[in-house]
Ligand binder design. Structure first.
Ligand code: AMP
Ligand code: MG
Length: 338
């Protein structure tokens, strides 16, 4: 009868909508032993998954496997000249792949596991894929602090290459939903770990040759200088890639950004910082009402993504204080605005 037909077609429509909504969400896996085992299986087959870390979410693959590393570059559309950071559980794994010295050990004891990446001389007999470090003499290494990625690393027979889980030059994801936003189709396993605690990429320090910060991050120039007992400089951005974070255009939400604004242009989204700005207009986004730079760092990429998805065509942003993690925020803003 007509009623039956209506019910059946209604049912089909309901199932369709339900599946449509779940299509992507089903790729997000909660933190559980069962899901960690699944992640391990996928990685053992040289496939790629998304993982949480305390800095930003990343795309993880076996760092010893050319097959896995090629998949990462392809998925991200990342230039092959832009090397990846290799992630380890602890020093034991690293000793197969890189030379370590006292300077490294001092920093390691103070800041690892945590948001600090070290550039070290690669060992000749290292099994790290030559593609992963763009065939350089050095490798970038990090020991992430996030519990979920640590549990995973501890149970693997290889380190993980983990760049941020975004299309090259776009904004880094800071939640599993952001990863879906970047890869709605081509990624079917995202390990969920809530919101990234820090929200900005790691500090990168070069320890092969001149000791220098290649990319500012949550671990500051002052903190590193203190441990090494001498002033360590921050490298100025050039066109020569010594580190991916040094690319001039990076971290871009895909719409123009104007820095150091006192007020917003017509129709622009206005990113502000501190208590003197009231969030009473739809175009105002406050990174931290209390003027806390760490909160601002945590919210920056989330705010970029929100503004873009709301359909704004450009962003104006106030001047952000250039101290502590504010230095890293300003580094990302300059590159996002380039
Ligand atoms: P991301 O794309 O966020 O994973 O950032 C990658 C980071 O890797 C860059 O900021 C670089 O500092 C770093 N990197 C990786 N390998 C090297 C290397 N061999 N020499 C210098 N920097 C490297
Ligand atoms: Mg990145």
């Amino acid at each position: 009868s007509f009623i039956d037909l209506l019910l059946i077609s209604g049912g089909i429509f309901f199932v369709f909508i339900k599946n449509y909504n779940n299509l992507n969400m089903k790729n997000i896996y909660k933190n559980s032993q069962r899901n960690l085992n699944k992640a391990k299986k996928i990685l053992n087959k040289d496939n790629i998954i998304a993982v949480p870390t305390e800095t930003v979410y990343g795309l993880a693959g076996n760092a010893y496997s050319n097959t896995a590393i090629k998949k990462i570059y392809k998925l991200k559309k990342r230039p092959k000249t832009n090397p990846l950071i290799i992630h380890y559980y602890d020093l034991r794994g690293l000793k197969n792949d890189a030379y370590i010295d006292n300077k490294f050990l001092k920093l390691y004891k103070k800041f690892s596991p945590g948001p600090l990446t070290y550039i070290l001389r690669k060992k000749k007999n290292s099994k790290i894929s030559l593609i992963a470090n763009a065939n350089l003499k050095t490798i970038a290494v990090r020991f992430p602090k996030n519990n979920i990625i640590r549990k995973l690393l501890q149970n693997l027979q290889f380190p993980l290459a983990i760049p941020s889980a975004n299309i090259s030059s776009a904004v880094s994801p800071v939640s599993s939903y952001d990863v879906l936003d970047e890869f709605p189709k081509k990624l079917n396993f995202i390990l969920d770990g809530g919101s990234s605690k820090i929200g900005l990429e790691s500090t990168v320090v070069n320890l092969d040759g001149k000791t220098q910060i290649l990319r500012p991050g949550a671990i500051s120039q002052n903190q590193i200088s203190k441990v090494l007992k001498r002033k360590i400089s921050i490298l100025k951005t050039t066109n020569k890639i010594k580190s991916p974070g040094q690319l001039k255009k990076h971290y871009s939400p895909g719409i123009p950004i104007k820095l150091n604004c006192k007020k917003a242009d017509n129709k622009a989204a206005f990113i502000v910082f501190g208590k003197k700005y009231k969030n009473n207009e739809k175009n105002i986004f406050n990174l931290s009402k209390s003027g806390n730079l760490e909160e601002a760092a945590r919210k920056l990429y989330k705010t970029f993504r929100k503004i873009k998805n709301l359909g704004f065509k450009r962003i104006n942003i106030v001047k952000i204080p250039n101290n502590k993690i504010g230095i890293a925020i300003n580094d990302r803003l300059r590159k996002a605005a380039y």
